[in-house]
Design a protein around this ligand. Structure first.
Ligand SMILES: C[S@@+](CC[C@H](N)C(=O)[O-])C[C@H]1O[C@@H](n2cnc3c(N)ncnc32)[C@H](O)[C@@H]1O
Length: 189
């Protein structure tokens, strides 16, 4: 349920400028506690590629996005990198991974789309695969800059992931404000 914001050259350039100081280093440290280095890892919604660069130091990383503009940017900045054009909902790939990571991407999916991605993530993970995803914490949903934003709490995340994953942790963290974000880490059942 994304609008055009991540899809045009102008909006992608604006996002890259606005997000230049943001990165998921703290989240990636948490991931490293459960996913051994050199594992194969898929990043969903790599966007500007800031987290991709950090993940690339520890993992056999494949970046992905459903925005051609972001993919063009990722490939031009990282010509030796592996990238796939993937939508988070369908994840149409026959590759399998030891882990799947996303930082502030899956909140763009509505509740049914989240159920679909959880099932696909289960299918494209190797046995004992790990997922690590961040979300905005809160209630309900809204449209921001033309983009659908679905807020989550521990209970909505547990409900969405329970069928296919053993939840290792759901923890609060601060992005812009105290406890405005949630990090989910889980293990394929
Ligand atoms: C907030 S940005 C996060 C970018 C990156 N994770 C970071 O930390 O810099 C969201 C990214 O998710 C991508 N995205 C949004 N909806 C998506 C979907 N359904 N499938 C794949 N990518 C999606 C956007 O194109 C954008 O690159």
């Amino acid at each position: 349920m994304t609008g055009t914001y991540y899809k045009t050259k102008e909006s992608v350039e604006e996002y890259i400028r606005l997000a230049k100081d943001a990165n998921g280093e703290f989240l990636i440290e948490k991931l490293k506690q459960v996913l051994p280095s050199n594992s194969t890892l898929l990043e969903i919604g790599s966007g500007p590629g800031t987290d991709w660069k950090i993940l690339n130091k520890s993992y056999d990383i494949t970046g992905s996005d459903n925005s051609t503009e972001f993919l063009n940017h990722l490939i031009s900045k990282n010509p030796k990198g592996k990238f796939l054009e993937l939508d988070a909902i369908t994840l149409k790939t026959d590759k399998k991974f030891d882990g799947i990571y996303s930082n502030k991407v899956l909140h763009h999916l509505n509740d049914n789309e989240l159920i679909d991605t959880v099932k696909r993530q289960y299918e494209i993970l190797n046995s004992n695969g790990i997922i690590c995803h961040s979300f905005w914490k809160g209630e309900g949903s809204e449209v921001f800059k033309g983009l659908f934003v679905n807020y989550h709490n521990e209970s909505t995340l547990r409900k969405a992931y329970l069928k296919y994953f053993d939840i290792l942790s759901i923890s609060d963290y601060n992005e812009f404000e105290d406890n405005d974000s949630l990090l989910l880490i889980a293990n394929k059942k």
